[in-house]
Design a protein around this ligand. Structure first.
Ligand code: AMP
Length: 294
């Protein structure tokens, strides 16, 4: 694995590989790598003849004041080891001044898709995400970029951004990887104490309960959400930031549950913020099938 902490030599490396003919594949991360990232890397690795680049950068501009930027886990050495085991070709680990050499005054904002859910709870978050991903796309010039469905709204935002700004990159999606107790893998899970852990796992229980209600014939989104919220409260999560059923294509609200829908949840367990979601195809005959966002 080749390690780059500056842009110019990474660009040379990528240009050289591109001359070799295969596609360039980018998996952007904030590090503290776990098997959830591994699913994105694995999907990228399977692209025939591809050169796989993983970026590791804790992006300040997507954190609001008071969020966990300062305490966000940073484990660069073991991340690079992990990338070696995953057979990654290049790791890009830029410092702050490489990515933001001057006060950033140029931003990429995606409208409407960023209004609900995490966009509502974290103002400015998706502007930071869209801007840093644009920078990474401009640095690496990937043919394919892989994101995880765990961050469903982020994936939709990046896909729309790439399409609407004519970025020559195909955005692909890896499914959510979970712990044995159902908790979606996340770098933030290491903040959880053993005492908090069962409450964190209740988020997955709530998603399963939502699915059960739909399978039992419930088509009113408010009633499904009510059951989900009741489950989360009973489990003792400390704060429910949102629990919502929306159209999985555009995140619009639903009158009735049908087609491709997403149940998205954000909670706090202690000081730790957790997000999770499930996407289902709901057909007229009442069948509910797990689905990918795109
Ligand atoms: P992060 O380092 O948390 O910014 O995540 C980097 C990428 O890995 C994002 O595209 C995430 O959606 C994806 N990812 C993180 N956790 C998971 C997971 N449990 N399953 C699948 N993808 C994930």
């Amino acid at each position: 694995v080749e390690i780059f902490d500056t842009i110019a030599p990474l660009r040379e490396f990528v240009a050289e590989r591109r001359r070799g003919g295969g596609p360039i594949v980018l998996v952007p991360t904030m590090g503290a790598l776990h098997p959830g990232h591994g699913a994105c890397v694995g999907l990228g690795r399977r692209i025939e003849g591809g050169t796989l680049v993983v970026s590791i950068f804790v992006n300040r501009t997507q954190f609001a004041p008071g969020e966990d930027l300062a305490t966000y886990p940073r484990t660069p050495e073991s991340d690079i080891e992990q990338c070696r085991r995953w057979d990654v070709d290049a790791v890009f680990v830029p410092g702050e001044s490489e990515m933001y050499p001057s006060a950033q005054r140029t931003w990429v904002s995606v409208e409407e898709l960023t209004d609900p859910l995490c966009g509502r709870v974290r103002p400015g978050h998706f502007r930071g995400v869209a801007t840093v991903v644009t920078k990474l796309f401009n640095v690496v010039a990937p043919d394919v970029a892989v994101f995880g469905q765990k961050d469903a709204q982020q994936a939709l935002v990046i896909k729309e951004m790439a399409e609407q700004l004519n970025m020559p990159v195909e955005v692909r999606l890896a499914p959510i990887v979970r712990e044995p107790d159902g908790l979606a893998m996340s770098s933030r899970n290491r903040y959880l104490s053993p005492e908090e852990r069962p409450r964190a796992a209740a988020v997955y229980g709530a998603l399963l309960l939502g699915r059960e209600r739909i399978e039992a014939g419930e088509r009113n989104p408010a009633r499904v959400v009510e059951a989900v919220v009741r489950h989360l409260r009973a489990a003792g999560v400390d704060e429910i930031q949102y629990a919502e059923l929306r159209d999985a294509r555009d995140l619009c609200t639903l009158e009735k549950i049908a087609g491709k829908v997403i149940l998205a949840v954000a909670v706090k367990v202690g000081k730790t913020r957790l997000i999770d979601n499930a996407v289902w195809d709901v057909d007229e005959t009442g069948g509910v099938a797990d689905a990918l966002l795109f």
